[in-house]
Design a binder for this molecule. Structure first.
Ligand code: ATP
Length: 887
């Protein structure tokens, strides 16, 4: 059978019984049902049962189960049963947490899955790439990811990067002609495209021949790596820390075990106690808490228009100190309206154009011919710059469709943001006219004549000065200026870049793209948060500077630099000016990489936006690559670690705020876990060192672990985002989470809870009952850790944070307190949990002792908040005073 590259376009279409109008939806669904989704096989997900069983893999848990079983054999059935029940509950909670985290990661992945443009029922639509089927007519444009294998039907200068398949890093030119051979290497199948390639230039219509595992990629891909992400840097460092801590805790447990044996306590009891202590004290939940808090955080970020593709980006967001943003569409609205045109040496308001004037007529006609967009009944399709031109035409009854039918496009060189030009060839009144539009500074040097009412005359230096002056005047009002020129060719020939010279200048069209309303506030938030906002744009320096000034990016003393100037700067010069440059204009994607690297060399964490096909390397180079959901190419989305579904700069700043908050939440959860564990260990160490009877039974430790390691820790991780974090400086990415202050907090708060636990214990011991002492110590520690959940909600006091602002922390607290009291008060549970019944006074006392550490911690926080607030007021007053004096 002939391979597709050796078949003609007609043969290929016939093979799938399809025309250029595409499949019908019904037919496509039928094919989808029979061939399956266009995805590669992934490693099978772990079943819930295997996740559950994995929870028992831990050596300590195995030892504990073994000890419990031996203990049952020696008669202590009840406590064995409870220990096994608590361990099982722990395993269930662990499983639920794992599954929840997996689900949120999967839903995030689905949000950022690529789309493809196909023709179905004769209409061009965008569909999820997994629903593309063999026989579909695929439309490829620069910036698209090729999502299936296919035979090229129509080719318009298509260039494709196939490096993921062939290893060849240069883009290859494609064509639609037949290759009359039996066997051709993949790289030479120039009339085919293959899944996973990137369209770097031009466009094409393609017949999909293979999807999913039947594609060339599917054939070479062994099972895809598991979709679950590798650990984030924070998780890796926490895992390392947990391992070290585990060694320390096991050391303590061995000592406790030795001391118990030395004091003649039964071997099995000593072993069970020591192991229970290890299980309760080793913070095995740290890494999973990080995943859960990150996953919860990313879900709420998705609701706020920021889709996180890589979990580690959330951590990175908290450290961002430079945000490099595109202008058009991100800082501005990307809603362009033509304001003024310059033609026949006159600057004319867009509402006062004389369409009968042949020069104006030619300029407007050219502007809809050299244009891929349409606008009908308010539905605007295409690039907003071009839509603005179409809308201008409508004002003068110039219909773009009719005009394009009258003067069909014969050839074209598409726009690309490196070249900043677009050219199309038309037959107009029997002549072959190439119309070009683009950036004035690029076009002007290629102009040799000018068309005015005086006819076509030589382009003089005076003309050049005059046009440049007009351009400066328009740009300084923040207007985007497009220049138009044309050239007569002798024949209908393939256009090349060499044709884009020797032009006749036609005119200028300038348009306004107002800043987004929220940009100004977002820029000021950035500056408050010690983050430098930088505008990087392909637009003109004067236009960019005017907009940057308006929204506050370009301030007094700041610099605006053009791509050409940047080229001339040495690395040293760039380094010395870097901090002051706030606007980069007329840049190409390569400049973006240089800017990112320069900031990174200064140790800064850089977020960078990008939308074009050539932006991918810069997005990858940046610490946080941000793609545009609406206007961005699939290639840029693929390279980014975050996608903005509203293309809005303010969303980046919101994401940084969220990133900082999520990190703070993780830190607070960890503080809660570690300080609580510290209190338990200190209590046990104290009793061991002073040769006192053990303060807890093994089952007590496991119960505390069950109650406090999951819900309250997660509730802290769900603390709402606060704008307050913008007052702080960005976090140093290299800084360990375990800073000195953090460790001091953990230890001092753990000690405080430990002290009150021991006071309770001694009161119980004073009655002469070891059972009562254990019950009092256990209940005090358990309740104190539940109260402590409120202390760990944030740096500030609970009143400043809002007492009822985190409903999850109340749910965790109340359900915990109810459970502890159930164990203390219900006779059936008392027996199971080795509880000695408490009198009502004793019950009150344990609640009081459990509350006192929180009372002390909150009092300290209230005082600290008060002092800080006063200091800030003073600082603000001083700042105001000095501004007044300066004024
Ligand atoms: P950003 O601020 O996001 O970098 P930009 O739209 O300003 O985006 P480009 O799209 O790269 O940057 O455009 C660069 C220049 O190319 C514009 O200033 C304009 O002069 C010209 N240009 C833009 N769109 C077109 C187009 N469709 N056809 C021809 N020239 C264009």
């Amino acid at each position: 059978m002939k391979k597709y590259f050796s078949k003609t376009v007609e043969e290929s279409l016939k093979n799938f019984d399809v025309t250029l109008k595409g499949l019908t939806s019904e037919k496509a669904n039928e094919i989808l049902d029979s061939v399956g989704e266009n995805t590669l096989n992934e490693k099978k997900k772990k079943s819930i049962l295997s996740v559950f069983l994995e929870q028992f893999k831990d050596l300590l848990v195995i030892i504990l189960i073994a000890a419990a079983i031996i203990s049952a054999m020696t008669g202590n059935i009840e406590s064995t049963f409870v220990i096994l029940a608590v361990i099982t509950m722990n395993a269930i909670l662990g499983t639920v947490q794992y599954v929840k985290a997996e689900q949120s990661l999967a839903s995030l992945k689905a949000l950022s899955a690529p789309n493809a443009k196909v023709i179905r029922n004769g209409v061009k639509i965008e569909i999820p790439s997994k629903t593309v089927v063999p026989g579909d007519i695929l439309i490829l444009e620069a910036g698209d990811l090729v999502v299936a294998d296919g035979r090229i039907l129509e080719n318009f200068s298509l260039k494709v990067n196939e490096s993921s398949l062939t290893g060849e890093s240069e883009s290859v030119d494609k064509f639609s002609d037949v290759i009359d051979k039996d066997e051709v290497a993949l790289g030479d199948q120039k009339n085919m495209v293959f899944s996973s390639s990137l369209v770097t230039y031009g466009r094409a219509t393609v017949l999909v021949t293979n999807t999913g595992m039947n594609t060339e990629l599917g054939k070479i891909a062994t099972l895809m790596e598991e979709t679950q992400e590798k650990s984030t840097p924070l998780q890796i460092s926490l895992d390392e820390f947990s391992k070290k801590l585990a060694f320390g805790i096991i050391g303590i447990c061995v000592i406790v075990f030795g001391l118990s044996m030395y004091r003649g306590i039964d071997l099995l009891d000593s072993l069970m106690f020591a192991v229970a202590l290890a299980v309760a004290a080793i913070p095995e939940a740290l890494s999973s808490i990080v995943t859960i808090v990150l996953a919860i955080g990313t879900q709420s970020m998705a609701k706020e228009n920021a889709i996180i593709k890589k979990l580690k980006a959330v951590e990175g967001l908290g450290c961002v100190s430079v945000i490099c943003s595109d202008k058009t569409g991100t800082l501005t609205q990307n809603k362009m309206t033509v304001k003024k045109i310059f033609v026949d040496n006159k600057l004319i308001d867009s509402t006062k154009i004389d369409f009968k004037n042949s020069d104006s007529n030619f300029l407007l006609t050219s502007s809809v011919l050299c244009n891929d967009s349409t606008s009908k009944d308010g539905a605007e399709i295409g690039d907003p710059t071009e839509v603005a031109l179409v809308n201008l035409g409508h004002k003068y009854s110039l219909n773009e469709i009719e005009c394009r039918n009258n003067y069909p496009r014969l050839k074209e060189i598409p726009f690309d943001s490196d070249r900043k030009l677009m050219s199309t060839l038309h037959e107009i009144n029997g002549k072959y006219i190439m119309v070009t539009k683009g950036a004035l500074d690029v076009l002007l040097d290629r102009v040799t004549s000018i068309k005015t009412s005086a006819g076509v005359t030589n382009f003089t230096n005076n003309d050049k000065i005059n046009i440049n002056n007009v351009n400066r005047e328009l740009s300084s009002q923040g207007l985007r200026v497009l220049a138009f020129a044309y050239r007569e060719l002798n024949e209908n020939k393939e256009l090349t870049l060499d044709d884009e010279y020797d032009y006749t200048f036609l005119g200028l069209i300038s348009m306004i793209d107002p800043p987004r309303e929220e940009s100004k506030a977002a820029v000021s938030d950035c500056i408050k948060a010690s983050i430098k906002p930088i505008m990087i744009t392909g637009d003109h320096k004067i236009t960019a500077s005017a907009i940057a000034k308006e929204i506050g990016i370009l301030q007094d003393g700041d610099l605006a630099v053009e791509g050409l100037e940047l080229d001339k700067m040495s690395d040293d010069e760039l380094n010395s000016k870097l901090k002051h440059i706030s606007v980069y204009a007329r840049v190409s994607p390569e400049h973006k990489i240089r800017i990112v690297k320069a900031w990174q060399n200064k140790g800064k964490i850089v977020a960078m936006t990008g939308d074009g096909v050539n932006d991918a390397p810069a997005l990858k180079q940046a610490d946080i690559g941000i793609a545009m959901g609406i206007t961005g190419t699939e290639v840029s989305k693929d390279a980014a670690s975050m996608i903005l579904t509203d293309d809005n700069f303010a969303t980046i700043v919101k994401s940084v705020t969220n990133g900082r908050n999520i990190y703070a939440n993780i830190k607070n959860s960890i503080k809660f876990l570690l300080s609580g564990n510290t209190s338990g260990i200190l209590a046990v160490l104290y009793s061991s060192i002073f040769a006192l009877p053990v303060p807890f039974a093994a089952v007590h430790l496991l119960f505390i672990n069950l109650l406090t390691d999951s819900l309250p820790a997660i509730a802290i991780g769900m603390e709402k985002s606060k704008k307050d974090v913008l007052k702080d400086k960005p976090r140093d990415a290299k800084e360990s989470i375990l800073t000195k202050d953090f460790i001091i907090d953990i230890f001092s708060q753990g000690l405080l809870i430990g002290i009150f636990t021991m006071i309770s214990y001694h009161i119980g011991l004073a009655t002469g009952s070891h059972g009562l002492a254990m019950t009092m110590a256990f209940s005090t520690l358990c309740l104190a850790r539940l109260f402590h959940g409120f202390n760990c909600r944030g740096k500030k006091s609970i009143f400043a944070l809002g007492v009822f602002n985190n409903k999850f922390s109340w749910i965790a607290f109340i359900s915990g307190v109810v459970l502890v009291n159930a164990v203390l008060l219900i006779p059936a549970l008392q027996g199971l949990f080795e509880i000695t019944p408490l009198t009502s006074n004793e019950l009150m006392l344990v609640h009081l002792f459990a509350f006192i550490p929180t009372l002390i911690i909150q009092t300290v926080k209230v005082v600290r908040d008060f002092i800080e607030e006063n200091n800030e007021k003073n600082r603000n007053r001083d700042a105001n005073d000095s501004t007044m004096r300066a004024a």
